[in-house]
Design a binder for this molecule. Structure first.
Ligand code: UDP
Length: 382
């Protein structure tokens, strides 16, 4: 019998494993610890095993060490998903939680959602309903499958609710809770602004661009990488660019031989990925952000900093319709055009219901109610 059914505090396993999801879980765990009503277990799959994507984030977000670290590491999508499934199945067998909460759209999210569903453990998805409507994007497959399996769907924005309902999700399972990443940002911003990161890196506050790049469609082939680099080569003559480079991108740059071209650009400074506080400080002080990160599209909109997204589509359309985001893809002329347009714009923070710093508490309220009302039921024998 589950703890909840026996009248005990329900136990919830929160699954993380990559950089953006450390940010998301920090907001939910902070709320859960403040509000009580749940026994919280943190499982880290180790999908991001590079210290630069993990250790500093744990420290900066005040995340406690995970209860279980699966240490999976890299591989093809299938290898990674399968390895996480095998390890998580054993973990769930031991932990026997009343529910599993997964975040975002990565392979850890997919793998653990599949395992929880097959083991009959109630499943909740934070950041449900986001769609870019392009099945060639690996994360889109993960989003669709996880939302199809989840018993409780926590949507960050009204467009995500619409997507879920259009796909047939039962309305009583869909909750518009807002954006947990914004909770983390609002919590950390005062401390981030005291980091003095610009001064430490010699960047003129308000007069530099910040670049991040890691999506497979941009970095796994030479073509897009080369085209983005062409635009960067022009832009760095107009303002200095800081490029905290993802290890995946760094490896591809060397394999493709483009690393030398990048190093020859005097206006571009490449550094390893930064901790959350330093990166947040740099986002807040930037004149322009260029990115293919989902989270950075949202954070730049919340900060009101103009953002050019190096993708054809976004699963976060509110950042374009209400925020500061411009979609440019990987074509140099598009990137330069969007950058110049963005540079001419004033800072304008997004205003959206639920992007208010209280999404985590809403997630926890729903979880506690759901688990204690006995609506979340294990399916025996599944
Ligand atoms: N981030 C960070 N350091 C960096 C770059 C990004 O802490 O050097 C943070 C960023 O503020 C955001 C998250 O990482 O909270 C975004 O993660 P990522 O771009 O890896 O993934 P995505 O959002 O595209 O899934």
């Amino acid at each position: 019998m589950s703890a909840a059914a026996a009248g005990q505090t329900p136990a919830v396993v929160h699954v993380v494993g990559v950089r953006p999801n450390y940010v998301k879980v920090s907001a939910v765990l902070r709320a859960a610890e403040r509000q009580g009503g749940l026994k919280n277990l943190l499982v880290d799959t180790g999908q991001h095993y590079d210290a630069s994507l993990r250790g500093d984030l744990y420290r900066d977000l005040g995340l406690r060490e995970p209860d279980l670290y699966l240490g999976i590491g890299s591989g093809t999508h299938s290898q990674q998903t399968a390895a996480i499934m095998v390890a998580f199945e054993a973990a769930l067998g031991r932990l026997c939680p009343d529910a599993v909460v997964v975040f975002g759209d990565v392979n850890s999210t997919l793998a653990c959602a599949l395992v929880a569903s097959k083991m009959g453990v109630p499943l909740a998805h934070v950041e449900a309903g986001l769609r870019c409507f392009d099945r060639s994007v690996p994360e889109e497959i993960n989003r669709v499958v996880v939302d199809g399996l989840a018993d409780l769907l926590f949507a960050p924005s009204p467009d995500a609710v619409d997507n879920l309902l259009r796909e047939g999700a039962p309305p009583d399972r869909v909750h518009l809770v807002g954006n947990v990443m914004v909770d983390a940002l609002r919590q950390a911003l005062p401390q981030a602004l005291r980091q003095g990161t610009c001064e430490r890196l010699g960047l003129p506050p308000g007069a530099y661009a910040l670049l991040t790049l890691h999506r497979p469609c941009n970095v796994d082939q030479d073509g897009p990488l080369l085209r983005i680099l062409e635009a960067i080569a022009v832009l760095q003559q107009e303002l200095p660019i800081l490029f905290p480079m993802h290890p995946r991108t760094a490896a591809r740059m060397e394999v493709s031989g483009l690393g030398a071209r990048l190093r020859s650009l005097p206006g571009v400074r490449v550094v390893p990925p930064l901790g959350y506080l330093d990166f947040l400080c740099l986002q807040a002080r930037a004149r322009l952000i260029l990115t293919d990160s989902g989270g950075v599209q949202e954070e730049s909109s919340v900060l009101g900093v103009p953002c050019v997204t190096l993708l054809e589509r976004t699963e976060r359309p509110v950042t374009v319709s209400l925020g500061t985001n411009h979609l440019a893809g990987a074509a140099p002329e598009q990137i330069l055009g969007a950058s110049r347009l963005a540079l001419g714009r004033e800072r304008r923070p997004i205003v959206l219901d639920g992007w208010d710093g209280a999404a985590g508490p809403r997630v926890v309220d729903h979880l506690v109610r759901w688990l204690t009302a006995g609506e979340a039921r294990r399916v025996p024998g599944r």
